[in-house]
Ligand binder design. Structure first.
Ligand code: 5GP
Length: 194
């Protein structure tokens, strides 16, 4: 997505060879027009898939899931994060290890909101190690629903997430794929779709 790539080049800050800060327009202060355009782009890419729900994880995926679900005309769900590993009968749950924070937390979704009839699109801000997205695919699997695909706003292609998820056969669409980055340099995997 050209608009997104240009914005990352302009306003993104590379903190290290693996961490990109996009706080000024994506995940702290948020540009609503760009967010809606991102949602529209995901909706366009997955429009023929019969999606019934969009699933993300709190907090930084919520506005992208909202924009995508709005464009598709379906509800969205955000998985909740909890530190305590107390399993409840009423939720689907999966553990997720955060490599940035070096901790494992649990994500959960109420059983009320996902069922075997659902066709689910997962949306999140970053595809990095893939841990968060793999956790979401496990929740969908547990519910009996079908994972139609994954929409990642930014993919750090030099990390292992895409490779791990590709092994599961799930379709992945990332709107900006970063091949490599450093303080003075950023390279995308082309093409930037529209
Ligand atoms: P994972 O490693 O599970 O693919 O990514 C987990 C979460 O960490 C992402 O959803 C995102 O919120 C955060 N994250 C991973 N890499 C980055 C990064 O380079 N910059 C920022 N701002 N967040 C990141």
């Amino acid at each position: 997505m050209k608009e997104l790539q240009e914005r990352i080049m302009r306003d993104g800050k590379v903190l290290s060879e693996s961490v990109l800060k996009v706080d000024s327009f994506l995940n702290h202060q948020v540009d609503p027009q760009l967010t809606m355009n991102i949602g529209q782009t995901f909706a366009e890419l997955f429009k023929d898939e019969g999606i019934t729900k969009v699933l993300t994880i709190e907090a930084s995926g919520i506005h992208f899931a909202m924009a995508t679900a709005f464009a598709l005309g379906v509800p969205f769900i955000y998985a909740k994060k909890k530190k305590a590993i107390t399993l409840s009968e009423e939720v689907y749950a999966a553990p997720v290890h955060s490599f940035t924070r070096q901790e494992t937390y649990q994500i959960s979704v109420s059983r009320q909101y996902l069922s075997a009839e659902d066709r689910v699109l997962i949306v999140d801000d970053f595809l990095a190690t893939g841990a968060a997205l793999i956790g979401l695919t496990q929740i969908i699997k547990e519910s009996g629903a079908h994972t139609v695909g994954i929409g990642a706003v930014i993919e750090k292609s030099f990390q292992e997430g895409r490779g791990l998820l590709e092994q599961t056969g799930i379709r992945i669409e990332s709107l900006a794929r970063i091949k490599s980055m450093s303080v003075n340099h950023m390279e995308f995997i082309e093409p930037a779709t529209s």
